[in-house]
Write a protein that binds this ligand. Structure first.
Ligand code: ADE
Length: 260
């Protein structure tokens, strides 16, 4: 079924989706508009109308980019793609987390409002869209079975990608790169069901809720948010994340299981 509205694809760092940016920029029909210091590339990816933008890192940047996609391009949904640190012990480097709910772990207006609650909304957890997320999970499973084995062995060995898995659950966001044993232990203690930690999707979930726009979140685990979180981060983005995001999104965008 053809989409009525484009899908907004929001990526914090170019390296997380280098292959997708290249595909869109190589297509002569892609139009690029610069708004608020960000480029929004609108055109088609794998046959779907899309608007791809580099949000930059952090919750404010992500919220601004999400609002731009909604106001200026009238997207019918937003897909956030990037890397994350693993929060749960079962979530390993190379695994993939599809967000079911999104929370801002650094939001704390106590004692006026409960911890994590977005003031005056009564909400701390924002739900991702079930249909988009189910299609995304299907795309991830097909990727793991059919595309991951094509990643060169040297890269799989370099990042110890043993048997990457799909997880679905809570993703937490805050304006900090979590890079220490104590910091990640505190988050695990306070939010025991968190699967992944990053810096944007909680804000995107809030904006999409405000505008009643469906959203979905795909995060590739680049580190375990502990004292080694920064090691080889740039290499992981280029060698692994771009490959994952390219092929998972190809499968997701080619799927006819969802429309906007
Ligand atoms: N994105 C990727 N790894 C992260 C981490 N450890 N903390 C916050 N955001 C991240």
């Amino acid at each position: 079924m053809p989409s009525r509205s484009p899908l907004g694809i929001l990526v914090p760092l170019a390296e997380e989706a280098e292959a997708l940016f290249a595909l869109m920029q190589q297509d002569g029909a892609t139009k690029t508009r610069r708004i608020g210091g960000r480029d929004y590339h609108s055109g088609h990816l794998f046959g779907r109308a899309c608007v791809l933008t580099l949000s930059r890192v952090g919750k404010v940047a992500a919220a601004t980019a999400a609002a731009g996609l909604i106001h200026e391009f009238e997207v019918g949904g937003i897909l956030n793609v990037g890397v994350a640190g693993g929060a749960a012990a079962s979530v390993k480097v190379g695994d993939i987390v599809v967000g079911e709910t999104l929370l801002q772990h650094d939001l704390d207006a106590r004692p006026i409002f409960p911890r994590y609650e977005v003031p005056l909304t009564g909400m701390s957890r924002f739900a991702a869209d079930a249909t988009l997320s189910a299609s995304l999970s299907e795309a991830v499973l097909a990727f793991l079975a059919e595309d991951l084995p094509m990643l060169p062995t040297e890269i799989r060995d370099q990042f110890a990608l043993a048997a990457p898995r799909l997880h679905q659950g809570l993703i937490i966001s805050g304006d900090q790169f979590v890079n220490g044993h104590d910091a990640v232990a505190a988050l695990r203690h306070d939010i025991p069901d968190a699967m992944a930690i990053e810096m944007e999707s909680g804000a995107i979930g809030q904006v999409c809720h405000d505008y009643d726009v469906p959203c979905a979140v795909l995060r590739i685990i680049s580190d375990s948010a502990d004292d080694n979180a920064h090691v080889d981060f740039p290499a992981f983005l280029r060698a692994v994340a771009s490959y994952y995001s390219h092929h998972i999104l190809r499968r997701f965008l080619e799927s006819s299981d969802w429309s906007l």
